[in-house]
Design a protein around this ligand. Sequence first.
Ligand SMILES: [Cu+2]
Length: 271
Amino acid sequence: MRKLYVLLFLSAMVVFAFGFAKFDGKNANTLAAKTATVEMTSPTGNGASEASPTYTTVTVVAGGTVSGTITYAGTAPAPAKLQVTKDVAVCGKEGHIDESLVVGAKKGVKDVVVSIKGVTQGKAMDALGTSFVLDQKVCTYKPHVVIVPVNKPLKILNSDGILHNIHTYGKKNPAKNIAQPKFKKELTETFAQPEAIPVKCDVHGWMSAWIIVAEHPYYTVTDADGKFTIADVPAGTYTVEFRQEKLGTQTKQVTVAASGTATLDFAYPAK
Ligand SMILES: [Cu+2]
């Protein structure tokens, strides 16, 4: 009799397992979408409203493109030269400039973070890349602005063979203050909340960078000519945010047609 019970129990397990596997395979997208909806609307009242909105990957059919140029409407001063006051043998191999505002020959503004606000579904996060690196090289952060998705590892490299110190000043993410001695070529950090986080080195006061923690893949940074492109945008009307550390944050509306390209140029007023 007892054997019979065991047999029945095992049979039930097998049926359940197969049933679940089938459901899981066929309805994975539906399940993920439902879970996302529940999480976003759940009135838990325990601080969940501050959590990053859930992003769901879907197949973007006939996605459009937003592209444009961010300029400075005025004559920008040449970036200030920074004085190397420590570890000159390594840090002085190249000249250093203040990268907090870099305006190109045609007034294009470099390193403006461009993002589409409030996107909850669309292309895969991999559109931002699969490897995210902030290098410390000749005592400069490269790049000056790095985008990393939430909870994805950011590799922090020390290419200089001297002591650097990563000091992040997040408000939503815990601040980090990590010594990276010369033998520590690589360390990895993750960030759980979307935020623009200033980074400084306590050893070399002139070193400065930004880590942009992205909750969805519709983020980019302008190139040296101030140009940007964001592709595979589902058709619709969006608010696009421009963020520059010295010039501030601005938003603009844009409507993206299916398979279309919307041009969105913006000029920061002269300061
Ligand atoms: Cu340093």
